[in-house]
Structure formats: C-alpha cells, structure tokens
Design a protein around this ligand. Structure first.
Ligand code: AQP
Length: 345
C-alpha cells in the first residue's frame, strides 16, 4: 500500500533556537506546510537524554513552540505539540530498541560527540536517542523529514529500522491486510534548507549549537538587534579580504560560514553573494551581514517575546496539537501491537 506523503520533524527544547535551526530546518518546515500535511513536534523526550531542570524545560518547551509559530508555522494548518503528550513515541521507541542492532547505534557520530570522553556516564537514553527519533517519524507513517545536515545519519537509521521491522514481521504484516508486506514507509531526509550546516561564530569547524557554552557562538532567535550586531562583530575571522569566487573560500572555514549565512539570509547563491561582497574587508562585510541578520530575525524575536508573555495560550495550542497527533498515531500503534502479537491490542 503506498503511503500518503506526510511530513514530520522536531527540535529539542534545550534552549533558545538559533540561526542554524532556523536556516537548516525551520525555513524548510514552513515551505512544506504550504503543500503537505505536516506534524511538527517539540521533542521534550529527547531533551531529557541530558538532565534538564523541570522549570527550565517547561519554559524552553514554550519558547521552542513560540519560535516555530513566530517563524511562520501555522498551528491551525500543521499539528504542533510536545512529544511527551503522545505515549506512542515512547512505546514505539521501546519496540525499535528491540529491532535496531547495537552495531547500528555504535556507528552514530552524534552520540560520540555528545557523550564526549566520559561515555560511561552518558545516559542510556542518549545512546538510544536515534531509536526514539525513528519512532517519532514512523508513529505517524511520515514519509518526509526536513532537517539539517547533522541529522542525515539518524534518518538513514530510521529507514534501516523501518525496513527491518517490515522484513521481521512480513508474514504478520500481510496477514493484517498489507498485501505488499510494507507497514512502515521508508522516510526520506529532506536537507534543502538555505544553509544546511551553520557553524559556530567562534569556530568555523564546529556546528552552531544550543548547548555550546559560549552564547557568542550562536545567534539566538530571541537576540535583539544590538546583540545580533555585537555577536557578528565579535565573530572569528581570518586576516584576508573576502574572495570574489566561492573557490577562494576553501580552507577558510570562518569566511565560508559567514558568507554562507549572508547568502542564506539574503536568498542568494554563494556565488551571487560574493558578487556583492567579494573584495570587502571583514569589518565592512560584517556590517552588511548584521543588517541582513537583523532584518530577518528581529521580527521573529519580537513575536517570540510577545507570545512568551502569554504562556497559557502556548500551552493551549500544544494541548490541542497533542489531541490531533494522538488521533494519527494511536491507530498506527494499534496495528503495530497486533502485528507483533500482543494480546489486547
Ligand atoms: N548548526 C546547524 N545548522 C543547520 N541545521 C542545524 N540544526 C541544528 N543545528 C544546526 C537542525 O535543527 C534541527 C533541530 O535540532 P535539535 O534541536 O533536535 O538538535 P540538534 O541538531 O542537536 O541541535 P543543537 O542546536 O545542536 O541542539 P543541542 O545543542 O541541544 O544538541 C535539526 O533538523 C537539525 O538538523
């Protein structure tokens, strides 16, 4: 049975969203919303793979939901909710813990990066995180997952899990009315944001991240104009002027990152952006970049602040989204239980 196209994606409430989340994922979400059924989630179950203060988790969950809406997500059109409201995520993740192989998870580079040197002290949840992510997507039979470049490996794992489930339970899947033996679709990663890998402003070889201890490393969607301009002024650079061709950005990670951000914010290809700013010294270029960033982000930040002043309204939207999400996931989970052989499904 061919599956209808359905989009799923999420972000963790581990802090304020930043320019990387916005250019890498969020702008694609908004595009997909125009033409497809979309389910967008604040993934609070993922957030607790690292300890979170309960009060801060609640605030960050509202902040991420407000950031989605301020960026253009329409909660009437798309389903918007926080993950923990829908128990299907945790239930299917457990089933996938039993489908995925240790060897598969051992290859996940994000676990290695996030666990760092003290791997023995990382939570089991951090290790099994990709299985939960596969469950997030597949509990809705989602077919497309718009994300940044760093999530590609996890979506490939979700495809492997879907394929193994379909193969392990093939006879039962057919017996339950899926004549082609396909229960889970193989989800496609969609990595087409205007900048699919935005790097830290302090180190052009490191991904811009919510959890980087230096706030100067990222531009938050909540930063005001003065803060955005200051962070760009302080961004690491090299001593040379900007080249006029993309080839001249090679081996210059900071220049490449800042020009990539400028191009994404002004809606231009890097080549065309260099047509505008090639030859400029960094001091002049940074002023232009700051103008472009402020023009794009200031209205988003203002809307986030307005929404955060009404937390009950955000909660109401999330709870409504939870009800709508359960209506999609519950029938899928009922079938999963029947296919596996659980009594009382
Ligand atoms: N630097 C980035 N450039 C492009 N895309 C990015 N994404 C994250 N960072 C960049 C994309 O944003 C979405 C949500 O990410 P997440 O919140 O689930 O977690 P993450 O990928 O681990 O992002 P962070 O900011 O690094 O969070 P922390 O520090 O909490 O782990 C994903 O689509 C991701 O690809």
């Amino acid at each position: 049975m061919a599956h209808n196209e359905r989009v799923f994606s999420g972000m963790q409430p581990t802090g304020s969203l930043h320019l990387g989340n916005y250019l890498g994922a969020m702008l694609q979400w908004i595009e997909w919303q125009k033409t497809r059924e979309c389910i967008y989630c604040v993934v609070d179950l993922h957030a607790i793979t690292v300890w979170q203060d309960p009060k801060e988790l609640r605030t960050a969950t509202r902040l991420v939901a407000a950031s989605y809406i301020a960026s253009g997500l329409d909660p009437k059109k798309s389903i918007l909710f926080n993950q923990s409201q829908v128990t299907a995520h945790a239930e299917l993740a457990w089933i996938f813990n039993c489908v995925a192989r240790l060897g598969w998870l051992n290859r996940m580079t994000q676990f290695k990066e996030k666990a760092g040197k003290d791997r023995e002290k990382a939570s089991v949840g951090l290790y099994a995180y990709p299985n939960l992510m596969a469950a997030d997507i597949l509990a809705y039979h989602a077919t497309h997952v718009p994300v940044g470049e760093d999530q590609k490996q996890h979506i490939e794992l979700a495809r492997d899990i879907a394929q193994k489930f379909n193969s392990d339970f093939k006879d039962s899947i057919v017996a339950h009315g899926h004549d082609d033996g396909v229960f889970f679709p193989l989800p496609e990663p969609v990595i087409t944001g205007p900048a699919t890998r935005v790097m830290s402003l302090r180190d052009g070889t490191k991904k811009m991240s919510k959890s980087d201890p230096s706030d100067l490393s990222r531009i938050n969607l909540t930063d005001d104009a003065e803060t955005i301009a200051r962070k760009i002024r302080k961004a690491k650079t090299d001593p040379d002027a900007l080249p006029s061709e993309p080839a001249g950005l090679k081996e210059r990670p900071e220049a490449q990152n800042l020009v990539g951000i400028y191009a994404a914010l002004t809606g231009k290809a890097v080549e065309d952006a260099l047509g505008d700013v090639g030859g400029l010294a960094f001091s002049e270029f940074k002023a232009r970049l700051a103008d472009a960033a402020v023009a794009a982000l200031e209205p988003v930040g203002a809307e986030i602040r307005r929404m955060m002043a009404e937390p009950d309204e955000i909660d109401r939207i999330l709870i409504d989204g939870g009800t709508r999400a359960r209506a999609v996931a519950d029938p899928v989970m009922k079938q999963v239980r029947e296919i596996i052989g659980f009594i009382g499904a």
